[in-house]
Design a protein around this ligand. Structure first.
Ligand code: KIV
Length: 266
């Protein structure tokens, strides 16, 4: 059981304390994120891009999400773990959606799930919540809809689309979502949604007014270089560090300076 529970998560909004959330996809990085004291680890389907090397998140399967979430829950001592529903694990029908979502709780010990969409997934959220599966909704830029959206574009920029997103936020809250992730929407709109909703909002590219913040771990530590969205802040460059370490190892092996006496048995 994680020490940071959904109750702690929900308490932070009225206490005006920010919720910290980051993705992780495997044991060593989940251990580091947990040790850093991050409240929530999202095993995001972004793993399709940053770990598996796909063009987008669409190829990720339910079994792959379970495989990665298992590594994360094994590592975590404090953080709450949320499993992300991959493309076509819930879109085809409510019964299948509930069956897939429960796998995160039953098989690998996650505390909640996240799914993309607004009104079109309201009944899914209702059914999952009825089955005691806590759901984080996700609106704005929803990467699984990349083909409909025509790319990774900021959403809610026009008056009508902003109004629609605000309506969607209310719909998923009414359906029972315990939280809502807002991706790539104007900061002013995220502020209104955050003020109008009683559930916590988590922003990514949604400005400073949300109740919490999430980023993709590999963006934060410099392990994904294909593209960097405007909303990302890179806090370290692990690729450069790893490259330096591995090049030194190669050089020392080639020169015969490693292994030395101190690495050898007598
Ligand atoms: O898959 C993911 O990592 C996400 C991001 C919004 C954090 O959904």
């Amino acid at each position: 059981m994680p020490k940071f529970t959904i109750h702690d998560f929900l308490k932070k909004k009225p206490e005006r304390k920010k919720i910290t959330m980051l993705t992780a996809y495997d044991y060593p990085f989940a251990q580091i994120v947990d040790e850093a004291g991050i409240d929530v680890i999202l095993v995001g389907d972004s793993l399709g891009m940053v770990v598996q090397g796909h063009e987008n998140t669409l190829p990720v399967t339910m079994d792959e999400m379970i495989y990665h979430t298992k590594m994360v829950t094994r590592a975590v001592k404090n953080a709450m773990v949320i499993g992300d529903m991959p493309f076509m694990s819930y879109q085809a029908g409510i019964e299948e959606a509930v069956k897939n979502s429960v796998r995160f709780l039953k098989e690998v010990g996650a505390s909640a799930i996240k799914l993309e969409g607004g009104a079109e997934v309201a009944e899914h959220i209702r059914a999952m919540t009825r089955a005691d599966i806590p759901v984080m909704a996700h609106i704005g830029l929803t990467p699984q809809s990349i083909h409909r959206m025509g790319g990774y574009k900021v959403q809610g920029k026009t008056k009508e689309s902003a109004k629609r997103l605000l309506e969607e936020a209310h719909i998923v809250e009414d359906a029972g979502a315990f939280s809502i992730l807002l991706e790539a929407i104007p900061a002013g709109l995220a502020k209104i949604i955050t003020e109008e909703l009683s559930i916590p909002t988590i922003g990514i590219g949604a400005g400073p007014h949300c109740d919490g913040q999430v980023l993709v771990l590999h963006d934060v530590i410099g392990l994904f270089e294909r593209f960097t969205p405007k909303f990302v802040k890179q806090y370290a460059n692990l690729k450069a560090d790893a490259l330096k370490a591995i090049s030194s190892y190669k050089e020392e092996v080639e020169k015969g300076t490693f292994p030395g006496e101190e690495h050898s048995f007598k």
